[in-house]
Design a protein around this ligand. Sequence first.
Ligand SMILES: [Ca+2]
Length: 285
Amino acid sequence: MWVATFENIVPNVRKVFLSTNHPEGFCEFLNLAEVEVMSECLDGDACLTGFGCDEGNVAKCKPARQSSTLATRLNNTVVAGVAGKAVDGKESLSHTECETNPWWEVDLLSPREISEVILHNRQDAFFERLNGALVELIDEGGNVVGSAQHDPGVDGSIQFSWVTKFDEVVASRVKVSTFHGNGECDYLNLADVEVISTCIEGDACLEMEQCIYGNVAMCKPARQISTMQGSVAANAINGADSLAHTNCEENPWYVSRIFICTWVVYKHIFSYSCIPCLPFTASLF
Ligand SMILES: [Ca+2]
């Protein structure tokens, strides 16, 4: 284990980048058993426990992002409508700022044959915000390969949910957006988004445990330069005894996106489990 301590407050950090530096001409693997980034938690930071695909909903607990995030501070607690709240299987809401064309997107992490997308609307107020929603299926090249748009005049208002069917369209991302076209801004709220496909190993999770102060890297989107034998980047932030493992590279790297909205990060401690035989670099972005 190696711990890097940052004594001073570092504001607005969004990513943690880890790499090793090697003599030219030599490659090395980068293995990470677990990366922890210690900070005050935001509402929405959570740990995922348990595994198993939830009845074909392959979006559950996958990395999600949105055009902006509405966050407010209530009694010293930051309440943020982070994008991940629309894939947590609970009534919690994702919530953008007021925008003319707000959007939300989930990354399925690999191409999947999609048969159905279900948007679950908020149930407390402002149901009408989701009317006219556009659902787009996006392939690995960034191309829109399927879409469906809600038409309030034909489909009626979205009360509880709106179901769109697709003919096994292969896509790796699902985007939801609204555009009301009157020049005024609006918010995009999503209680939950389900993307129905065939489950594969590693899909989904069952429970989320709220974080108070602790490891805010857990279960956040992570990437690495390459992946050997299925040892994906997420294995280093899942709290489980699993390994993230790159191919042999001259400059292997790993990045975890720790924050989705821009409040402050106070103090960071990194740890990793690896053979410390070469210089190891941790950078904040
Ligand atoms: Ca939710």
